[in-house]
Design a protein around this ligand. Sequence first.
Ligand SMILES: NC(=O)c1ccc[n+]([C@@H]2O[C@H](COP(=O)([O-])OP(=O)(O)OC[C@H]3O[C@@H](n4cnc5c(N)ncnc54)[C@H](OP(=O)(O)O)[C@@H]3O)[C@@H](O)[C@H]2O)c1
Length: 261
Amino acid sequence: MTSSYGLSGRAAVVTGATRGIGLAVARALAEAGAKVCVSARDADEVSRTAAELGGIGLAGDVADPGCPEELTELCLRTFGRLDVLVNNAATNQPYGPLMDADPAVWRRAFTVNVEAPLRLVQCAWRGWMREHGGAVVNICTEGATHVGPSVGAYGTSKAALRHLTRQLAGELGPGVRVNSVSPGLVRTEMARFMWEPRETEIAPALPLGRIGEPEDVARAVLWLASDEATWITGADLLVDGGTHVRAARPDVQRPYHFPGA
Ligand SMILES: NC(=O)c1ccc[n+]([C@@H]2O[C@H](COP(=O)([O-])OP(=O)(O)OC[C@H]3O[C@@H](n4cnc5c(N)ncnc54)[C@H](OP(=O)(O)O)[C@@H]3O)[C@@H](O)[C@H]2O)c1
């Protein structure tokens, strides 16, 4: 993906950057000239990704207490700055009704999907952004506005992340912009259980006729992180191929819905 957004001289941290949306985001930022600091739990994948992008990497779980600080410090130590933070890593273990939810699974959803992004923003703010400014992009989900039977903790945690985005945008301006991107169904490992068995049914029911590719989301993240978006903060950008407006299609008998929607 070639880019016209100039990020050269800047440094970015991307969590969950070894595959799927995070990898596409890290690639887009690197192609736009940013130095990238990537992370995920699998150390081999982190090394491979950092090498591919000419950046650096840290293997770790964003939910681990020391990870946010280590990751932001690595970026600051190596590149001397931290201009862009993309909170992309997430967990979405599907399970049944919340009345039966295992408290540990519920806590894990909130630790990975909400608390870790906040801690990363705090570290980036203290280490660089408070003084020099920056841009944060949180990856939420189109599904955060729906209720459904199987992904209640995930959806609730992502709705919290969306609200956290707005709260931080209010607190951290004018120097730091905080926005979110909410993807619809994207062709990644995390969502394989949804798209693989039903893509031929799902795609025609979407106004734009296909499920998303990681690069569709990466382009939106890159734009929000760039100076093209300098008067945008607290916003959520839906990148969903029209998923949220699909019910208006007269040819769709039974509008497609996510298992969790
Ligand atoms: N795909 C979709 O349809 C879709 C739709 C809406 C929103 N989203 C959101 O988009 C984001 C990316 O999802 P994806 O579909 O690209 O997922 P993915 O293909 O499964 O990739 C997830 C990435 O995050 C890393 N990761 C997972 N848990 C982590 C943790 N606790 N700490 C650090 N790294 C972690 C993974 O590597 P390791 O396993 O090695 O840690 C991997 O690099 C998520 O926030 C997700 O909620 C996705």
